[in-house]
Ligand binder design. Structure first.
Ligand code: PNS
Length: 172
């Protein structure tokens, strides 16, 4: 990354990406020359979608935003940011309940990186304030309508994933 380019990383699980994330991506992409949306490869968690599936979904839903790049990382965010020479992380804040957790992560990251990684918070648009990847999964799992929560291509993949799991005899 050249020094004159302002870049930021938007890290997350994105399991799956929702309209709330897309809102943050669009707004952050306006503020920086490059926005790297990066999927955390967390082997300790059991996600619904693989990292590759989540990267592909993010690429699909951001294909009309030219300065967005989709990537993945594992390990610490500060190490990944250092490798990319990026000094800003973006996070969305939905409600006061997000604040304590996010404050802890952002302060830990600033301390661990000796001031080299700062976090910028975007408050999510009110219509998405109650949206989360886990509630989307729960609604879809019980056959509810998720069309207000995720783009149609993502909704189709979630429904397909639950059908596949059930076909394998797994009761999600
Ligand atoms: O979408 P999520 O699951 O709320 O995202 C959390 C994420 C990926 C931003 C956070 O867990 C993270 O950055 N993990 C990488 C490990 C790390 O750097 N931890 C130090 C902060 S305590």
């Amino acid at each position: 990354m050249g020094n004159d380019m302002k870049a930021a990383i938007y890290p997350g699980s994105f399991d799956p990406v929702t309209y709330g994330h897309i809102d943050v991506i669009r707004r952050a992409a306006e503020m920086f020359d490059e926005l790297i949306v990066s999927v955390l490869d967390n082997r300790a968690k059991t996600p619904l979608f693989s990292v590759e599936e989540r990267v592909k979904m993010l690429q699909d839903v951001t294909r009309d935003i030219p300065n967005v790049k989709v990537d993945s990382f594992h390990g610490l965010l500060i190490d990944y940011a250092r490798r990319l020479n990026v000094h800003i992380a973006i996070r969305g804040l939905r409600a006061i309940t997000d604040f304590e957790y996010e404050l802890q992560i952002s302060q830990t990251n600033r301390k661990l990186s000796n001031g080299n990684l700062d976090t910028i918070f975007l408050t999510t648009s009110l219509e998405y304030a109650y949206l989360s990847s886990s509630s989307v999964k729960e609604i879809a799992c019980f056959g509810g309508d998720i069309s207000q929560c995720v783009p149609p291509e993502v909704a189709a993949l979630i429904e397909q994933k639950y059908r596949e799991l059930r076909a394998q005899g797994i009761n999600p």
